[in-house]
Every structure is written in C-alpha cells, then in structure tokens.
Design a protein around this ligand. Structure first.
Ligand code: PEP
Ligand code: MN
Length: 264
C-alpha cells in the first residue's frame, strides 16, 4: 500500500486544518527537543509561530539513551502543548513510546511522532494504525529505506493512511556529526512511495551551525516539510541543546526556506 505502483499520485497528509504535507506547501514543524515547562514551551511556540512555522514539536515522553537522563514531563507536558496550540494556533506533533502513551498523545496532539528507536516496534505500529491519527514515522537509526517503507506499511495495513515519513540520519562511522544525514532518502522515497517525507536535519547532523545548510538542501531535494529543534536558550535545554537553533537563527532559516521552496 505504500508503493507508487499501488497509488501513483502523491498522498497529502493534513494534520490540522490547512497544515498539509505532500501538497504544494512545505510546512515546518519547530520547537524544543523536550517540553520543559510552561514559560519555555509558550515562548518557543510564539517565536516559531512568528517566524512562520505551522506546527510545534516538543517531547513529553522522551526516549533517552540513559535511564538517568530527563525522561520528559509526561501528561503534564501534553497539557502544556495543548495550551500552546490554543494560544498560537500551531498544530502539535509529539512522540509516543508505547501504547498507553499513544492513546494519551492521540487525545492531545494533532500528529503522533514515532521515534527512530521505535521504527520497528511492530506492535506500536499496529496501535498507530488503529488510532487513525496522522503519524510522523522517523527512520530507524540503521534502517534501510525498504525497512522504513515496510514500517509505514504496518500503519497503513492496520487502517491508517495518514503517514508522513521522516529522514533523521542514520548511524555512520564518523564522529564529526551525530548521524549521517541521508539526503538521497528524499528523492528515493518519492520514487518508491506516494507518502510525503520530511527532513529532520537537527538529529541528522547534530551540530547547530550545520543544521540550516542541510535544511536548505533538504528543501532543494524535494522534502515535503521540515522538523527543526528550536529553543530560546539552547545551551540551557535539557536535551539536544547542541543541535538546537536559537530563535533568531530559525527566523533567518525560514526566510531562506521560503525562497528555495518558491524557486523549485
Ligand atoms: C526527537 O525528535 O527529539 C527524537 C528523539 O528523535 P529521533 O527519534 O529521530 O532520535
Ligand atoms: Mn531531540
């Protein structure tokens, strides 16, 4: 069901009224890695809204490599995201890590993010299929394009056609960047599948100063949208600060993205 042969025309996934991935627009999802508190999430939401973002990201359930790292605010974080939506009109994209979390996220968010570490969590993929909420499915840390598409197939096969794929880099051998951001995944996925694909250069590169050029490149390569980590004080962020843009940097990037999107 995910293949171009099955459906030749592009699938457009609308996560909230007017926020469409896979159409002529190139919506941008922006926000902190983690929801940290009300002043933080409202400040980021206002800033990214002003810069032209369509959706707010922010993890309430965080898949941290260490069990001793900040695990997220949970339900309280979801409530803060809903408050930010009320105030700014931004759509909400946030991660779920298990079935219970997915049911909760479905109540509060517009799009459920399935993280790289759970891309092949087949039981969770089936749950997301049954929930019928839009899904942002991130590529696994060492998943092939075929494995990514088969993960999406689980969601579609369980009854949910609203899947947006996400390239977020794969494990490489070079420690100079966090991951190896696979730009070629964008045209490859477009050739093989009708589903939209967005780019996450923040996790893809992992180094703040290199995020804007890779975001521009992803748009030039035909990405259907972007997901970017932004924080007013990234150096104080509880997670992923080193790859998180300052709000001013994000504002500049949005101008560049608009120019490139109009040119292609
Ligand atoms: C995130 O978006 O903050 C995240 C944990 O991403 P990934 O699953 O791609 O590592
Ligand atoms: Mn992150």
């Amino acid at each position: 069901q995910v293949s171009r042969e099955w459906r030749p025309e592009n699938t457009v996934v609308e996560i909230a009224p007017g926020v469409r991935f896979g159409g002529t627009e190139v919506p941008v999802i922006a926000g902190p890695c983690s929801v940290e508190g009300e002043p933080q999430i409202l400040a980021v939401a206002r800033a990214v809204r002003a810069a032209g973002a369509s959706a707010l990201r922010g993890g309430a359930f965080k898949p941290r490599s260490s069990p001793y790292s900040f695990q997220g605010m949970g339900l309280e974080g979801l409530k803060l995201l809903a408050k930010a939506r009320e105030e700014t009109g931004l759509a909400i994209v946030t991660e779920a890590m298990d079935e219970e979390g997915a049911n909760l996220v479905a109540e509060y968010a517009d799009c459920i993010q399935l993280g790289a570490r759970n891309m092949q969590n087949f039981s969770l993929l089936k749950v997301l299929g049954r929930l019928r909420k839009p899904v942002l499915l991130k590529r696994g840390m060492s998943a092939t394009i075929q494995e990514l598409l088969l993960a999406a197939e689980y969601v579609l096969a369980a009854g949910n056609p609203h899947v947006i794929l996400c390239e977020r880099g794969v494990r490489g051998f070079d420690t100079a960047t966090r991951n190896l951001f696979d730009l070629s995944a964008i045209p490859l996925v477009h050739k093989l599948s009708h589903l939209p694909i967005v780019a996450d250069p923040s996790h893809g590169v992992g180094v703040r100063e290199h995020v804007p050029p890779m975001a521009r490149a992803a748009i030039a390569a035909g990405a259907d949208g972007l997901i970017i980590e932004v924080h007013p004080t990234p150096d104080k962020a509880v997670s992923d600060g080193a790859q998180t843009l300052y709000t001013e940097q994000f504002g500049r990037l949005m101008g560049e993205v608009r120019t490139i999107a109009e040119a292609i």
